[in-house]
Design a protein around this ligand. Structure first.
Ligand code: THU
Length: 142
């Protein structure tokens, strides 16, 4: 999914990451082909920083399009290694997958280069806590 990874890389330009210097971009592909992007948004308090994946999925939610999510890409960092989503982002991805009602591939890449690994959300977060654990059965938005 080269185009989606390219979009994630493009979003790195909008990262607000003056504290870590670790710019990350994320991109979400919707069922109609639209791509929505986001970047990490750090905070002087450090702990309140938002990751690119959470930012982009919150944006997709704000657009009313969570049910249409088809794939997620994340790229960035300062090394040649791919970016691995943090724990909170994995949980947020799981929620998006539950709402979308389809398995979401997650493409993880570095800021540049060919290294890219595709993961399933389930591989990133096995036995996830989700809506069913709260007795919520109708997750998909109409
Ligand atoms: N970060 C992301 O945006 N996504 C990831 O998958 C890993 C980490 C951000 C958070 C923080 O702004 C910076 O990268 C360093 O941790």
């Amino acid at each position: 999914m080269a185009a989606l990874v390219d979009a994630a890389r493009g979003a790195m330009a909008h990262a607000h990451a003056p504290y870590s210097g670790f710019a990350v971009g994320a991109a979400v592909l919707l069922t109609d082909g639209q791509i929505v992007t986001g970047a990490n948004f750090e905070n002087a308090s450090y702990g309140l920083s938002l990751c690119a994946e959470t930012v982009v999925l919150a944006t997709v939610n704000s657009l009313g399009r969570l049910a249409d999510v088809e794939a997620i890409a994340v790229a960035g960092g300062t090394q040649s290694a791919i970016v691995a989503p943090c724990g909170r982002c994995r949980q947020v991805m799981h929620e998006a997958q539950e709402i979308a009602g389809r398995h979401l591939p997650v493409y993880c890449a570095a800021a540049s280069g060919d290294a890219m690994t595709e993961y399933s959300v389930a591989a990133l977060l096995p036995r996830a806590f989700g809506p069913a654990d709260l007795g919520v059965t109708r997750k998909k938005k109409s």
